[in-house]
Design a protein around this ligand. Structure first.
Ligand code: LLP
Length: 435
């Protein structure tokens, strides 16, 4: 469920007309709904009620300061993956003490920063990393809390580039070697064994892999509790969202109309299946959702530049490009594309929807059918709140898009469009090239 819907002919985010945002701030512009994020957070927490739950928002999905503040206000901690993310949480007034630090390549400086701010735990991915954390903690005269990331070797049945729980990718320590890794950790004087962690992949649309992974790992987690007194288990993120029927899925009626066998994963179903497996462990349970919290809470607004009619093919050329939203080019992912002004009287148009970047991969959709739209009209790329702006680049010397946050009838710019001057501000011409 989300808060994007047409009111009359015009697509709104909560009570704000998106065309007004597009006119006010220009395009491409990301727009996010605070109510959708809050609903998603509350539903997920509600689905797992009864557990001692801590939600650590995986901020790699969307790390704008205003979004971090919104989640901090809702009570979230954060799943961090870099020193930059730690600094963002601090800048947004979030709590590092409720946040976990993940990632396979933490640097010494990043570990030190996390320790100084009292990170809840490091999610470690290898034995050399434990040694490094021990060394830095020793230098600072503290004990570093850790959990080892366990790789359960479960197939998440998602895109190959975002599956992480199989033994053939770089993440975590295989279950078979995990006992030895914990024993190693226990021998370090500046390491405090605090928990266990796993994450099997992203954009999972069925329950089965989550259930399989929890069932597979739970006995080992129980052993860890007995042996080391661990106090928490993080079961990662990964709950998927609706991309194909994104707009329709804002309406509760759409959900009730879906046959149960094909109904997308809901936080209620997720909670119902996992709570009985997790509750008997008597541990604090951490979740690290990213996409689920923000994905359907954001859209990317774009303007139509040209409709280029070809022989067998039309191209709708828009002002957003793969640098703004890379997911279609990178993962062949589907984003629903919706005209901001709905007009059922117009003929249908089938076209490839492309950006202006000089690459044939700069294509958002092939042979997509929508109502005919022309130059100057606006489109919304739905479900763009997660891994949209955070994966943007400046390719083709295009500036990073603007970001706007909506709450009810209020909207505000949370990130101004980057200027050309900002783009080149760190560049300089070396002396040996001067004439
Ligand atoms: N925890 C860990 C350890 C992770 O590696 C990730 C995501 C998450 C939590 C959050 O997963 P989520 O709840 O968002 O599925 N750029 C890709 C997704 C990459 C996900 C990386 N790890 C995309 O656009 O689909």
């Amino acid at each position: 469920m989300h808060h994007f819907r047409h009111v009359g002919q015009n697509l709104h985010c909560e009570n704000v007309d998106l065309a007004e945002i597009a006119r006010l701030y220009g395009t491409p512009t990301y727009v996010y709904s605070t109510a959708t994020m809050a609903d998603n957070y509350t539903r997920l927490a509600g689905g797992l009620r009864g557990l001692d739950l801590q939600i650590c928002y995986a901020m790699k999905a969307n790390s704008s300061l205003a979004i971090l503040r919104h989640f901090a206000n809702l009570g979230a901690g954060f799943d961090l993956v870099s020193g930059g993310e730690i600094r963002r949480v601090l800048a947004a007034g979030g709590d590092i003490k409720r946040s976990v630090f993940a990632g396979v390549g933490k640097t010494e400086a990043e570990i030190e920063l996390a320790l100084k701010h009292g990170v809840f735990a490091f999610h470690v991915e290898s034995e050399p990393e434990i040694a490094r954390i021990n060394h830095i903690a020793g230098k600072l005269g503290v004990k570093a809390p850790i959990a080892i990331r366990l790789n359960p070797d479960v197939d998440a049945h998602t895109h190959a580039k975002i599956t992480t729980g199989k033994s053939d990718n770089k993440f975590g320590i295989p279950l078979a070697h995990a006992a030895a890794a914990y024993e190693t950790a226990a021998r370090f004087p500046h390491i405090q064994i605090k928990g266990a962690q796993m994450h099997i992949g992203s954009q999972l649309t069925s329950l089965a892999p989550f259930v399989e992974a929890v069932k597979k790992v739970a006995p080992f987690v129980q052993e860890l509790k007995a042996k080391y007194g661990i106090t928490y288990w993080s079961i990662g993120g990964g709950v998927g969202i609706v991309y194909k029927d994104a707009l329709a899925s804002g309406d509760p009626a759409w959900w009730s109309a879906q046959p149960p066998e094909t109904r997308p994963l809901t936080p209620e179903a997720y909670g119902e299946a996992l709570t009985p497996l997790l509750a008997p462990l008597g541990l604090k349970i951490l979740l690290e959702p990213g996409r689920y919290l923000v994905g359907n809470a954001g859209v990317l607004l774009s303007r139509v530049e040209f409709l280029k009619r070809g022989k067998g093919k039309n191209f709708l050329i828009v002002d957003a490009a793969m640098n703004d939203l890379v997911r279609p080019a990178m993962y062949d992912s589907f984003h629903e594309i919706v005209p901001l002004r709905r007009d059922s009287g117009r003929p249908a148009l089938t076209a490839d929807i492309v950006g202006p970047v000089c690459e044939s991969g700069d294509c958002f959709a092939k042979d997509r059918t929508l109502q005919e739209v022309g130059e100057g009209e606006f489109l919304a790329f739905m479900s763009a709140g997660a891994y949209g702006f955070t994966m943007a680049s400046r390719y083709n010397t295009r500036s990073l898009a603007a970001e706007v946050l909506v709450k009810g009838a209020a909207s505000d710019l949370i990130n101004a469009r980057e200027s050309f001057e900002q783009q080149i501000q760190n560049e300089q011409l070396p002396r040996f090239l001067t004439k």
